[in-house]
Write a protein that binds this ligand. Structure first.
Ligand code: URA
Length: 220
């Protein structure tokens, strides 16, 4: 449920990652091994490798991005490129240690368009998100976090269904009755695209405020 500004509570759906059981008693390392052979959609064909989540398996805070980028695809680790650098800085400014968090993505293979030598990020479609949500669901069942932060629209929809809106729903504590809070915010790569110093600083500060809400929730 999301508290709307008019004081009313709006119901959001449970997204594909949370709508049924995934792990069926298998350990996280077994699930990770299985994920590396994933052919649930076609994205495995062009990606270098699957990028599974990373961090303490008992983390209180889980951060969910969209999909690995170019750097993550090569390194095999989430958030090691430019968006990861901004994310790490903003987490630090919010008082959160990146090493204490479990970082993962809604979609686990890099989807891109080849333009000459460059590989340009391409948004995963609804079918790819739906199929890949299986792995995120399994990760969350194992970690039992206190708070899950959805970074951007793809992660938000994977957790909360198509009705969620990043602009209006960000920064609010959402309770689906699953034993953890969900908090939606922007994707850190958005901060890299903003032109104009003033708006860049404002957006960065709003992002840090959202992360501070997550920190408070995971302490509660
Ligand atoms: N963007 C994401 O959403 N995830 C990553 O791992 C890197 C960039």
């Amino acid at each position: 449920m999301i508290g709307a500004p008019n004081g009313k509570v709006r119901r959001v759906q449970t997204g594909p990652a949370l709508s049924h059981e995934h792990a069926h008693g298998r350990s996280l390392s077994v699930i990770e091994r299985e994920a590396h052979g994933c052919q649930r959609c076609d994205l495995y064909r062009n990606a270098t490798q699957l990028v599974f989540g990373e961090g303490p398996p008992d983390a209180r805070l889980v951060l969910v991005g969209e999909q690995p980028g170019d750097k993550e695809d090569v390194a095999g680790r989430p958030f090691v490129g430019p968006a990861g650098t901004v994310l790490t800085e903003c987490l630090g400014e919010a008082g959160i240690e990146r090493a204490d968090c479990y970082l993962t993505n809604a979609v686990k293979h890099f989807k891109y368009e080849q333009r000459g030598k460059r590989r340009l990020h391409s948004r995963p479609n609804a079918g790819e998100i739906q199929r890949c949500a299986w792995w995120l669901g399994a990760e969350l069942e194992h970690i039992h976090p206190h708070v899950v932060v959805a970074l951007g629209a793809t992660a938000a929809r994977t957790l909360l269904g198509p009705g969620v809106k990043v602009r209006t729903d960000r920064g609010k504590a959402i309770d689906l009755g699953l034993g953890f809070w969900i908090l939606v915010t922007i994707h850190p790569s958005y901060l890299l695209r903003i032109r104009g110093r003033e708006s860049a600083e404002r957006e960065r500060s709003d992002f840090i405020s959202d992360l501070k809400v997550a920190l408070e929730l995971q302490r509660a």
